[in-house]
Design a protein around this ligand. Structure first.
Ligand code: PFF
Length: 450
């Protein structure tokens, strides 16, 4: 028996909904509720939304299907899953680079994700006690200007993430998503109803769906594509790792459509929860990353029951963030524990500690290091975000598409996909072989040379 066949097994999800809940939990996160609305807001609303939807359909879903195929075949972490798929397709084991880049991206993303999620946790309490007399923009500046405050919440969030992952896939992740996801659904529906009755719904609707293409340039495409990868948790092995625990009888293609649709629905619902309030209170929709902490909080301060609606919104954000952060940690933890280097618990502590350490840089970029640029024109947090989301994830996704489209043995693919409509299968093959890699390449080319 070779080494790859002797890796420790992680078992599989119990129950047919667990994969869908876990993958949707991974996909739905800060990217949907905090990122998507502000990016749509600053990129011309409807035009961004259309380009984003195209990216989900043409690039996101085909790559999600590919990741699950590779993951489920092996039952192992992305590094070993890629090694196995390459070995069984008689091609070079260098494809494992996709797994390594994924684990690196996961640590980079988790590092700043936890800082922002920490601010969300903090805002549950701020929103509960804030009132009309308070200037939200100044309050936000005060919150982020304190390194100790940011670090304390960052530490708490990372701790919660590590505890869940260390408890294992069914006892930790599986159990948590069964609680967190229904909670998220109920809170989101409540927030959309609140948006509908706030008075600004019609304006929000046309802002999100009426395209203004004058604001579109090559960067809009890069940003929409990065957002699509980030939002669907693609290109870094999270979905591959979760796919490894998917029961064999579950259908990969239809499940991927379910997860991607739920993710997109939540992003749009988040816009329909946030923008009506922003418009109803005469605030600016294009205020950037501070949209929910400044503009939305200003509205919470002014509305009746704002001290109830506000905290509920930030609980929603925190829940969404937690079900995603666990999937950022899982690929690395799965790798270290299946290799037998350490127990799952020690691996979770080690990797979350690394991400926590790196997160200090992001926390400081709001205050002490605000003038320090790690990459040209970008502070520490923005650089982590840029390197991971706009470079590593699309690159990882492109390599996965090229591998499955051109190098992976067709019989292995067929075994995983099972019986499907041949037209559906052919369409997927075409998108994986040509459309997805070429779109990513083109968008990269334009962003660099355009
Ligand atoms: N999809 C998550 C979000 O939209 O917030 C973030 C994320 C999780 C990105 C897991 C990448 C990942 F692998």
């Amino acid at each position: 028996m070779d080494r790859l066949s002797k890796l420790k097994s992680h078992g599989s999800w119990v129950g047919r909904w667990t994969f869908i809940l876990a993958a949707t939990g991974s996909a739905v996160g800060l990217g949907n509720i905090w990122g998507f609305p502000y990016k749509a807001g600053t990129n011309g609303g409807g035009a961004f939304v259309i380009i984003y939807l195209l990216c989900i359909l043409a690039i996101g879903i085909p790559i999600m299907i590919s990741e699950i195929i590779i993951g489920r075949r092996s039952g192992n972490s992305p590094i070993n899953a890629m090694k196995l798929a390459a070995r069984d397709s008689n091609t070079t084991s260098s494809w494992q680079i996709v797994g390594w880049s994924g684990i690196t991206a996961g640590i980079l993303i988790l590092s700043f994700y936890s800082v922002i999620a920490g601010i969300c946790l903090n805002y549950i309490f701020i929103a509960a006690t804030s009132s009309g007399a308070i200037d939200s923009a100044e309050q936000f500046r005060n919150i982020i200007s304190s390194p100790m405050n940011l670090l304390a919440w960052h530490t708490l969030f990372m701790f919660l993430t590590a505890i869940i992952v260390s408890a294992g896939i069914n006892n930790g992740i599986g159990r948590m998503v069964k609680i967190l996801m229904p909670m998220l659904g109920v809170l989101l529906i409540f927030m959309v109803i609140n948006g509908i009755i706030s008075g600004g719904f019609a304006q929000a609707f046309s802002f999100l769906f009426e395209p203004d293409f004058s604001k579109v340039d090559s960067n809009t495409f890069l940003s929409a594509m990065g957002q699509a990868f980030f939002s669907l948790s693609l290109g870094m092995g999270s979905i591959m790792a979760y796919g490894a625990y998917m029961p064999k009888e579950q259908k990969i293609i239809s499940t991927s459509f379910t997860v991607a649709s739920l993710d997109t629905l939540v992003a749009i619902f988040a816009g329909l929860a946030i923008f009506p309030i922003i418009f109803a209170f005469g605030l600016e929709p294009n205020s950037g990353p501070g949209l929910v902490f400044e503009s939305l909080q200003t509205a919470f301060n002014q509305m009746s029951y704002g001290q109830i609606v506000g905290p509920l919104f930030f609980i929603l954000l925190s829940v969404a963030a937690l079900s995603s952060s666990i999937s950022l940690l899982e690929p690395g933890v799965a790798f270290i524990s299946e290799e037998g280097f350490m127990s799952r618990k020690s691996a979770a502590i080690l990797i979350s500690f690394l991400a926590w350490l790196l997160g200090i840089g992001s926390a400081l970029s709001f205050n002490l290091w605000s003038d320090f640029n790690l990459t040209p024109g970008r502070n520490f947090l923005d650089s982590m975000d840029f390197i991971a989301n706009q470079i590593l994830l699309p690159l990882g996704g492109m390599l996965i598409a090229i591998f499955v489209g051109w190098f992976m043995d067709k019989n292995l693919i067929n075994q995983e996909i099972g019986h499907v409509n041949p037209i559906l299968f052919g369409t997927w093959r075409f998108f994986v072989k040509f459309v997805a890699p070429m779109s990513v390449g083109l968008i990269f080319y334009n962003a660099i040379f355009g």
